[in-house]
Design a protein around this ligand. Sequence first.
Ligand SMILES: [Zn+2]
Length: 476
Amino acid sequence: MRRSPLKYIAPVFGAVVLLAGALLITRAAGKAPRPNIILISLDTLRADYLGCYGCPLGTSPHIDAFRRESVQFMQALSQARTTATSHMSIFTGLLPPVHRVSSWLRSRDNAKRFDLAQLDERIPTLAQYLRENGYHTVGLHNGGLVSPDFGFQRGFDVYSEQLVPWLRLHKKPLGLRFVQKLLQRAVRNKKPLFLFLHTYTCHAPYIKAPQEMRERFLPHPLADLPVESIPDGSSFWSKYKSFWAAIDGNNEAHRRQVRSLYAAEVNYADWIVGRILALLKENGFYEKALIVLVSDHGEEFWEHGQTSHRQLHIETLHVPLLIKFPGGKDGGKRILDRVGMFDLMPTILDHLRIEPRVPLQARSLLPLIRGRESGHRPVLSFEDGLQFVRFQRGPYVYINGIRTTPGDWLFDAVHDPGETRNLAIARPEVVREMRSVAAGIMEEQRRIRARIVQGAPALRGLAPGLQKQLEALGYL
Ligand SMILES: [Zn+2]
């Protein structure tokens, strides 16, 4: 009998996932540090569009300079492809099937069907931990999928989408005035500040960058395609739809233009980061602060036949993760091991010596940074936490489908890092084993959810079709 190609999979993989929740906190003598913490989330920023992740286009001079003072994670993967789900993993250190926050689950019909409203009260967030430990907590976000509807306001003293005009900052020289006032007040108050900044600058439609930036990346735009936002007051979604309606995905010139427009948006986001970092420096915050730059997911440009961020392939999950520690400690270090982007949350708690009340699935990155640990971590990513999962074991990346396209994807991550050749048909024995691992992962997630949110209904009121589908896949 042939030996299983997956012999490296631990027999009790679920236990490994659970053990990953044990946050190792090294108790050092002395007072726990309480630096100011600035968490910048640039929505929809795929890593490889930044110079410091290999982009040759000159999109990111400010972020590249910041990288030299930060620890850079070269292979950080998102836990979800969508904004609300991914951000909630950052805020809770839990995987999507455990925190169960998702825009799809909250859609008008599904919210009732799945009995979901917001993040469960029993799950604490990063902002809550920080406020409990003396921080003034402020979130200046760009609305939509990080709005209070999902529970993101939990733990924040101020949580607002009104105070910074994120998508029009180049036209508003005083757009960051509130941030400046906040920093000045924080200096006077002597209370540590946790500031969460979130912007959709890179998100489609890619028509927000100022003209001079756009022309740098797209000097000769095609006629009749949208290149800049018309200030007509139309909604985000109507602009989004009309942008994509004009694009022909089969036309390579259209594709090139879309990618160039995205590069300009990344350049605009980089300019915003530059403004924020300058403010931090001018107000004496930069040097001693812990500053993080991250994205919730990447973006796809027809690599696997789709646009936006609809699938669980590498271009949608590989995100930048840069952490500047107080005093620039470990600055310039590059970590090559694969990590979960949500490992950020326990890293911050670990640095502050705050012990979480519930066991986290994410793990502090400090042992990797300080050389006490090495090797890839078993990173999991999910559609929304109900059934579709992506993971890598040994040389194989496996995805058991997405909502719109159920089916197996199997890639050789060593020889095909861009995930261009689906080996699912050619390696049925590997797929069989991967399916079984996937089912085990989902089962384990349900157990962890039940343990953390005791008495929570498993999946109450599943639609009959989905119930059958999940049963057939072995998830129920
Ligand atoms: Zn997003």
